[in-house]
Design a protein. Structure first.
Length: 442
């Protein structure tokens, strides 16, 4: 079943021309549309499905700086600054609360890694607090875990994925943008080697610039125009519960399960580091670049064979711009939850917190996380095809860093001074032979 997301209306008329077309109305695309329209640009925000219908409503809702890859940390820190003002600025509820985030563990390797990261992050003026065993226990009253320590970031927070993306899209419309749902972009309109617009299922939109924020579909979209974009889809399972006793006000990561308090009094539950990677043509195409990542994450990854080989964003598909595209055949990618992982999550929660035994699942779902080989998104101009820009490959981080990513994408598209150094997010690293290595902290 689709994840519940705040519905919003579409604009009836497709514009003939705009300054910028944003493809994909998830968190990255909606935030970019909001900041671009705030800069005075005319924007059309289009989506093959609905605003926030795919991964942007299927994540855990963590808004964190803690344990980010250090290359991504400056953008995460800017995002938290924006999150702190967003409810007031939008005049809408995103669910953001600066509740802090807490990690506790029984694993020496985890704790040693956290210590190293916390020390390195101080160079960026990011201060997390390493916890002793007694402090970790004091911050998790009622838990049964024999924690050897933990780490706490009081400036991090949580938000509601079902609310935040739609709130940003509506705020973009209030600034003059138009929103077009169930309106797939079939491809780019190209003249003299430059992008001059987008061809949608409802007609052509002329544009000076195009930003593709298509999540797991971005690589397939780029491949239609001969552009390489190494991405891999990782299938995940999450769920949320009915109202339950409060054991944390924010987010809590334990060795085998993670929870985030919700506005409705329940918990969103995830199993960190667990995912299914299905064999696919796209996966085979970029296998060499992803091999270091696969080796590093091997313990939590399950390999399988499924429909991804023949259908969906990782298949090899061809289509004419005047015919039905794969994006129209898959309005909302909605993989099912793995019931074994749901049961495992409930079992682990009851073991760690007896007061949570017998929790009722309100909704469970699967998602497809768009990942890059180095775990860092692409937020960049695409030099081989002028006037095309990308904001994709967020590797499960897109919700929390979405506001900052949207601002950075808007700055790059507009040619304004960027909010952070854009170099780590450049597209060229994906195609110029740069040694991408494996991701840092996830």
């Amino acid at each position: 079943m689709p994840v519940p997301v705040q519905p919003i209306a579409s604009d009836e008329t497709l514009p003939k021309s705009v300054d910028v077309v944003v493809i994909g109305a998830g968190m990255a695309g909606s935030a970019a549309a909001y900041f671009l329209s705030g800069k005075g640009h005319s924007v059309a925000l289009i989506d093959k499905g609905v605003v926030g219908g795919e991964q942007s409503s299927r994540n855990w809702g963590w808004c964190r700086q803690q344990h980010r890859d250090l290359r991504e940390l400056p953008l995460a820190m800017k995002s938290l600054e924006i999150w702190g003002e967003l409810n007031r600025e939008l005049g809408a509820e995103t669910g953001f609360r600066r509740t802090g985030l807490l990690y506790v563990t029984t694993r020496p390797d985890d704790f040693a890694q956290w210590e190293r990261w916390t020390l390195a992050a101080r160079e960026y003026q990011m201060h997390s607090h390493i916890l002793t065993p007694d402090e970790a226990k004091a911050m998790t009253p009622g838990s049964t875990g024999d924690w050897i320590g933990g780490v706490h970031s009081p400036s991090d927070g949580r938000a509601e994925p079902s609310l935040a993306g739609p709130a940003l899209a509506e705020a973009a419309r209030a600034r003059g943008a138009t929103i077009h749902q169930n309106c797939a972009a079939r491809g780019l309109d190209i003249e003299a080697g430059k992008v001059v617009g987008v061809i949608t299922e409802r007609g052509r939109i002329r544009a000076q610039k195009v930003l593709c924020a298509g999540g797991a579909w971005s690589s397939l979209f780029c491949r239609r125009h001969g552009l390489r974009l190494p991405q891999a889809g990782v299938r995940s399972t999450s769920f949320f519960t009915k109202a339950a006793p409060q054991v944390t006000e924010g987010g809590l990561s334990m060795p085998d399960v993670t929870i985030r308090r919700r506005l409705d009094g329940g918990y969103t539950v995830g199993l960190g580091g667990r995912g299914l990677v299905e064999l696919s043509p796209q996966g085979l195409l970029y296998a060499r670049q992803f091999w270091p990542t696969l080796k590093k994450r091997w313990d939590g990854v399950t390999l399988g064979v499924g429909r991804s080989f023949f259908d969906g964003p990782e298949s090899f598909a061809s289509w004419n711009l005047d015919g039905v595209s794969p994006f129209e055949r898959h309005r909302t990618l909605d993989p099912g939850a793995d019931p074994k992982l749901v049961n495992e999550g409930l079992t682990k929660l009851a073991e760690h917190y007896p007061v949570l035994k017998g929790l009722e699942v309100a909704h469970s779902w699967g998602g497809l996380i768009d990942s890059t080989p180095d775990g860092i998104p692409v937020i960049s101009a695409v030099d081989p095809l002028p006037n095309l820009y990308l904001s994709t490959g967020f590797t499960g981080h897109g919700f929390g860093i979405g506001p900052g990513a949207g601002r950075l994408a808007a700055d790059i598209v507009a040619g304004d001074p960027p909010i952070v150094d854009p170099y780590p997010y450049r597209y060229s690293r994906m195609i110029d032979g740069t040694d991408l290595g494996a991701p840092g902290m996830m």
